[in-house]
Design a protein around this ligand. Structure first.
Ligand SMILES: [Mg+2]
Length: 301
């Protein structure tokens, strides 16, 4: 399979100037990235991050690209190239490989990202896919998780919760939001929501050595979270706080710049959901006052 697959993959993938020598040699050659390179990697395993028999291999390729690009978006980086590595189940390995690759190609074409190379292996385990993505830091520097200050507002893109109902396989990495906001110079820290709003916000506060106070009634709860709530009997807000794999951006915006925050970018809403505070930990602000919030987001409805 290897030779024919590589020839096909080389032919199938778009040639873009950021990769001087791509698929087909031992390594790829890239010209130096002018300012600073931003590099990330992610793995997805059948049974954990997707169910192959339910979603099919092409969707796995889409998700693999999107999770990596979401990490680049969270640092406001521009994606340039990806490298992928597939561990294929022995049964129908050829077909799975080409379908995953097709999904990767479709997503890469969409964002003008080059496929610099990869590797395939066959084994007796389930499908496991890996990707490394390389991007270019924006002028002025990448956003980091650290940098939020007490008094900064907490903003989130889109809506949260219930990603298991489909969004986790089919979401838009927030590259255009990041690229529109970065030049405004109002974002002090950022991350993307992979583990869940509660956990990812907590990670941001730990990195920034501060705390966060959420206004629970402001959190944009998705339709899917409402649907999950009807199935689980738990409040939809709990799904929005704890489900994860939303791949929305979580931002710290300087408290004196709120009048410069657009209400949406390319149709993606930006919502203020709270404030970074000096007291460490996660807190929720309700009518009753301020209460500590468990990061997994178990809230009493
Ligand atoms: Mg991330």
């Amino acid at each position: 399979m290897e030779h024919g697959f590589i020839a096909w993959a080389k032919q199938r993938s778009a040639r873009l100037p950021q990769i001087r020598l791509g698929i087909g040699d031992d390594c790829a050659l890239m010209d130096p990235i002018s300012i600073e390179s931003v590099v990330t990697t992610d793995s997805l395993c059948d049974g954990t991050h997707f169910i192959l028999s339910e979603c099919g291999p092409r969707a796995v390729g889409h998700k693999l690209v999107a999770v990596n690009l979401s990490d680049l978006a969270s640092m406001a980086a521009k994606p340039l190239a990806v490298f992928l590595s597939l561990c294929l189940p022995r049964q129908s390995s050829g077909e799975i490989a080409s379908e995953v690759f097709e999904g990767v190609c479709e997503s890469c074409e969409r964002y003008q990202v080059a496929i610099g190379g990869g590797d395939t292996n066959v084994w007796d385990g389930p499908l496991v896919v890996h990707m490394t993505a390389i991007g270019q830091a924006p002028q002025g520097g990448a956003w980091l998780r650290r940098g939020a200050q007490p008094g900064d507002a907490i903003y989130v893109t889109g809506s949260l919760g219930g990603s298991l109902l489909g969004k986790h396989l089919n979401f838009e990495p927030r590259l255009s939001v990041a690229q529109s906001l970065h030049p405004l110079g109002i974002v002090r820290a950022a991350t993307d929501i992979s583990d869940g709003l509660g956990i990812d916000l907590l990670n941001m506060t730990v990195a920034s050595r501060c705390g966060a106070e959420l206004e629970l009634n402001l959190i944009p709860v998705s339709e899917a979270a409402e649907q999950r709530s009807r199935e689980s009997g738990r409040p939809a807000l709990e799904h929005a706080l704890g489900d994860g794999e939303d791949f929305e951006l979580l931002l710290a915006i300087a408290g004196d710049a709120l009048d410069r925050v657009p209400s949406q970018v390319d149709g993606v809403p930006l919502t203020r959901i709270g404030t970074f505070v000096s007291r460490t930990g996660l807190w929720s602000k309700t009518r009753r006052g301020v209460e500590q919030l468990p990061p997994r987001g178990y809230v009493h409805g």
